[in-house]
Write a protein that binds this ligand. Structure first.
Ligand SMILES: Cc1cc2nc3c(=O)[nH]c(=O)nc-3n(C[C@H](O)[C@H](O)[C@H](O)COP(=O)(O)OP(=O)(O)OC[C@H]3O[C@@H](n4cnc5c(N)ncnc54)[C@H](O)[C@@H]3O)c2cc1C
Length: 197
């Protein structure tokens, strides 16, 4: 797992600059990148943290949104996307139940927790995938070198891969609202097509 448990204090996150420069000078690194590393006075490790998915994050007239509700690793680049989707759904639920905020917050949470939980879990899976070593890395590289199944199917004359992104990424049982579906269509969330926010 590539999760930082934050067991160290912030000053312990400062890296040994000399060891890092030595490591890079021995490695095959492009000269421009090497020069950049040489010119950098200090280096800090960036802690990457997540949490296990939660089924509840609303309590009465208090609710959470974004990283506060579902912090995730960076491997799918979905943290801000999920926060944006949260905002769309939350606004919709509050508008529909202005006189009962606790109920609106519960409805928002119910709409979101499976989708955000899935993204948290898949970000971990992709972290393992990207950082694989040994046989796992070899298998990964073989899988990536092979043509995507959708292309093979297409070349065989099948239209099976033409399902819209939003439909493929919908979580079973988490019936998204109309505006959430619209948000899904705008914000690419499929693990195989994640985009920069
Ligand atoms: C290097 C990096 C790259 C990323 N790339 C992507 C990407 O490509 N795509 C993507 O979708 N996501 C990406 N993310 C994730 C994304 O940035 C976060 O998921 C997103 O910012 C979460 O938004 P948020 O509003 O929940 O929290 P935040 O953006 O963390 O906002 C919380 C705010 O609350 C403030 N705050 C905290 N405590 C208090 C307090 N007590 N009082 C007042 N204010 C307070 C903080 O200063 C902060 O401004 C990336 C994150 C990092 C670190």
């Amino acid at each position: 797992m590539h999760r930082n448990t934050l067991s160290r204090t912030i000053t312990e996150l400062k890296l040994d600059a000399r060891a890092l420069r030595d490591g890079f000078s021995a490695a095959e690194v492009e000269s421009g990148a090497k020069a950049l590393i040489e010119a950098t006075p200090e280096f800090w490790e960036y802690p990457m943290c997540d949490r296990d998915p939660l089924p509840r994050w609303s309590h009465g007239r208090v609710t959470l949104l974004g990283d506060a509700a579902h912090p995730m690793l960076q491997y799918l680049a979905q943290g801000a996307c999920m926060a944006t989707e949260d905002a769309v759904v939350l606004a919709e639920k509050v508008a529909a139940q202005l006189d009962d905020l606790p109920a609106a917050f519960k409805a928002y949470e119910q709409n979101r927790y499976l989708r955000t939980g899935r993204t948290q879990i898949m970000a971990r899976v992709y972290g393992e995938f990207y950082h694989a070593r040994g046989v796992t890395a070899e298998l990964r590289d073989m899988a990536l070198a092979a043509p995507p199944p959708s292309l093979s199917r297409r070349s065989a004359g099948s239209a099976a891969s033409s399902a819209p992104l939003a439909r493929r990424s919908t979580v079973r049982g988490a019936a998204p609202s109309t505006s959430a579906r619209r948000a899904s269509a705008r914000i690419s969330v499929s693990p195989s097509t994640c985009t920069q926010a």
